[in-house]
Design a protein around this ligand. Structure first.
Ligand code: NCD
Length: 313
């Protein structure tokens, strides 16, 4: 199995991954034996910065008995001009069995998967998708609300540059939640009418009666300049704080994929307050990544190729 996007999965595929995540979480927390994949090597290719995604993939791989090799542009031959194709082919011929890949370009994991020939897992590609983050978010919501179907989920902030928003949009809408995109016009996708989400430019009406409020970081590294007039003005209009949270349901969940810019998209009181499930999202990140690695390798497991013995040997 590859995991390149949520958009191309069916609702049943997503549900299976969520069920496996819950199963592996239960086993892991109870200290019970976990499925093991000894001898399999994962290449962790992180061409963009990452804390929680990279570490949680490494922990997930370790718990399932994989070994891994970590890899970025600095310290590799990509800094000498080697292409992604040649890098992937090199890792393949060195015996790497699967790739987990984060890249600044949307679609880069698709290029890798064309040449690699084994499972490739997208750990975030440009503005396109971040499938395992959406799975961690969904698992967290289900643990609190028991379901996704019928929930109102408001995703607030820099939607245009957010792969987290896109993966969540597809996952939540496929499993029956209603998604609202809330933010300034300049940070909305260009043609939001084509997406299964309603669009709101006003924060308070956008999050009114929401079951889940998901705040996003202003992803300035992917922005051309001039999309927000000033950081202060953005915060005054779109920051999730205790005043804003009064418009959502009293038992709403406050989520954020991290990293949080405190004082900008969230204030401290909201980030650390009773609605916040941010640390649970992080914890669940490990279990969904275990489920994805398990699915990737159960799907492709085959007996090792038998070496041909020549008549003269
Ligand atoms: C996100 C990402 O990298 O897409 N972080 C994450 O993986 N949890 C969100 C962000 O960078 O703002």
């Amino acid at each position: 199995m590859q995991l390149l996007s949520i958009r191309e999965l069916s609702a049943a595929d997503i549900q299976r991954l969520l069920d496996s995540s819950a199963r592996l979480k239960k086993l892991s927390l109870a200290g019970k034996p976990l499925p093991q994949f000894p001898g399999k090597v994962i290449g962790m290719l992180f061409f963009e910065n990452s804390t929680r995604t990279r570490v949680s993939f490494e922990i997930a791989a370790g718990k399932l008995g994989f070994s891994h090799t970590s890899f970025g542009v600095m310290g590799s031959s990509m800094s000498k001009g080697e292409s992604l194709k040649d890098t992937v082919l090199t890792l393949k011929h060195e015996g790497v069995d699967g790739l987990v890949m984060r890249h600044e370009s949307s679609g880069a994991p698709y290029v890798a998967s064309r040449f690699f020939g084994g499972p490739v897992i997208n750990a975030g590609d440009g503005m396109h998708e971040h499938p395992t983050q959406a799975l961690a978010d969904a698992l967290t919501i289900i643990e609190h609300k028991g379901k996704l179907d019928g929930l109102q989920v408001a995703i607030v902030g820099d939607i245009q540059h957010s792969r987290v928003a896109r993966s969540n949009l597809w996952l939540l809408s496929k499993l029956g939640a209603e998604v609202r995109f809330v933010g300034p016009r300049t940070l909305m996708p260009r043609y939001p009418g084509h997406l299964p989400a309603s669009v709101h430019y006003d924060l308070y009406s956008g999050i009114e009666n929401a079951d889940v409020v998901m705040a996003l970081r202003l992803q300035s590294e992917r922005m051309s300049s001039g999309l927000v007039s000033s950081i202060g003005e953005y915060a005054s209009m779109y920051q999730i704080n205790s005043l804003a949270l009064r418009f959502a349901k009293p038992d709403c969940l406050l989520m954020h994929p991290g990293p949080v810019n405190r004082g900008l998209e969230l204030d401290d009181a909201a980030a650390d307050g009773k609605h916040s499930v941010i640390n649970e999202q992080v914890a669940n990140g490990v279990f969904v990544r275990m489920a994805v690695l398990e699915a990737a390798f159960n799907g492709v497991a085959k007996a090792p190729a038998r070496k041909k013995v020549s008549a003269r040997a």
